[in-house]
Design a binder for this molecule. Structure first.
Ligand SMILES: *[C@@H]1O[C@H](CO)[C@@H](O)[C@H](O)[C@H]1NC(C)=O
Ligand SMILES: *[C@@H]1O[C@H](CO)[C@@H](O)[C@H](O)[C@H]1NC(C)=O
Ligand SMILES: *[C@@H]1O[C@H](CO)[C@@H](O)[C@H](O)[C@H]1NC(C)=O
Length: 356
């Protein structure tokens, strides 16, 4: 079988938020029944809480002005690809998680940091290690309870597979020609089925899976394709929609097949599309221009860094940088995921999931 992500630049996460740190949370779980649990976040850079600081990726957020509005760090960069809190941070707050996510690869956590590209397979290997440590810490039966009943697994992948691979202007022309989109997407879905099944085998039961957003509407794509303000790149959005349709079918399949598990579908595409289309309704003044970035008509070519131009009204931009939403946009997205209706989060929202 063809490899799914031949050279996807992986903007990594396996971050582990706890209701406390994992160890504290697990100890508390073992000691009482306060309903403490953990949130395991896997995937690409949207929810990244700083793992890319420890990896030699081409894309880094541990430089200012990233984090400029992040109160917990006093405005210092933390590796989050946004000006403030990530979607994962805000979801955690809304669900009553007192601490922000600790990046799994931080030197004082147990992950290894000498890997350059870290795909979801490897993130799951790391979780397998964590899983074995929990068995030792709590004993197999309590560890299983903790993971299956009190832990939420959020997984968002796909955007990087398209952006850094299939849609890359120069490098991927070869791939694009040799592999048609149907085969590329089938590979991605088949691979993802195996990965989710592995997590199930490791006792994960409460899953939240984000679909791919409207990647044709990010400032980077709009800039390199020289579009105007109200246009989006058609091919990119079509690929996302095609992948998302199959992803939804996959989740329906797994909800039927994997006993005792629930897979929640987070419709990031429609949610972000609504923000982009109707941005003024939400108090934004632009949904096309990056607040921090440089190049072209939407500051969409050069990633955000110390020499970037920086907008003054950060809460009025949907996009923080050429790729990632601002904290203001993250806030709207996160609240919909926690409290929203089945239009954006189904069959139940995250608040209901936590209380299951
Ligand atoms: C790990 O180190 C970071 C930075 O030194 C610190 O902020 C954090 O609290 C530490 N986390 C744990 C779980 O000890
Ligand atoms: C977890 O690791 C163990 C020991 O290395 C291995 O036998 C097992 O197959 C792994 N499980 C998964 C689901 O990857
Ligand atoms: C934008 O808002 C209008 C009016 O509320 C609504 O009909 C439309 O569906 C929205 N657009 C998107 C893409 O959600």
């Amino acid at each position: 079988m063809a490899r799914v992500t031949p050279w996807s630049l992986v903007l990594v996460v396996l971050c582990m938020t706890s209701w406390g740190s994992l160890v504290n949370g697990a100890a508390a779980a073992a000691g009482n029944n306060e309903g403490l649990g953990a949130s395991f976040i896997f995937g690409d850079s949207l929810p990244d809480a700083g793992n890319n600081n420890y990896l030699q990726t081409l894309s880094k957020a541990n430089i200012p002005p990233n984090g400029i509005d992040f109160k917990a760090s006093g405005g210092q960069p933390t590796g989050r690809f946004t000006n403030g809190r990530t979607i994962g941070d805000i979801v955690g707050e809304e669900l009553g998680v007192p601490d922000y996510a600790v990046p799994y690869l931080a030197p004082n956590s147990t992950g290894k940091a000498n890997i350059i590209w870290l795909g979801l397979d490897i993130q799951i290997d790391y979780f397998n290690n964590t899983r074995q440590q929990l068995d030792k810490l709590l004993g197999p039966s309590k560890a299983k309870d903790y993971i299956s009943k009190r832990s939420i697994f959020s997984i968002t992948i796909g955007s990087n597979d398209f952006l850094n691979n299939y849609l890359l202007p120069l490098l991927s022309t070869g791939t694009r020609i040799s592999e048609n989109p149907d085969a590329f997407i089938d590979d991605m879905i088949n691979h993802f089925r195996n990965q989710l099944t592995r997590l199930y085998q490791l006792d994960a039961r409460k899953f939240v899976i984000g679909n791919v957003g409207p990647i044709g509407c990010i400032p980077y794509q709009k800039t390199i394709n020289q579009l105007n303000e109200n246009q989006c790149v058609d091919l990119a959005n079509k690929l996302a929609v095609q992948y998302n349709r199959q992803l939804k079918n996959l989740l329906t399949e797994l909800n039927g097949k994997l006993q005792g598990a629930i897979f929640i579908h987070a419709n990031v595409y429609d949610l972000v599309m609504e923000l982009i289309t109707n941005y003024s309704k939400y108090g934004f003044t632009t949904a096309s221009r990056a607040c921090c970035g440089n190049g072209g008509q939407f500051a969409g070519i050069i990633p955000c860094g110390p020499t970037s131009s920086l907008c003054e009204d950060r809460e009025k931009h949907v996009f923080w940088d050429p790729y990632h939403p601002s904290e203001a946009a993250n806030l709207i997205i996160a609240r919909q995921l926690v409290y929203g209706s089945t239009k954006y989060i189904s069959p139940i929202n995250l608040q209901q999931l936590r209380n299951l």
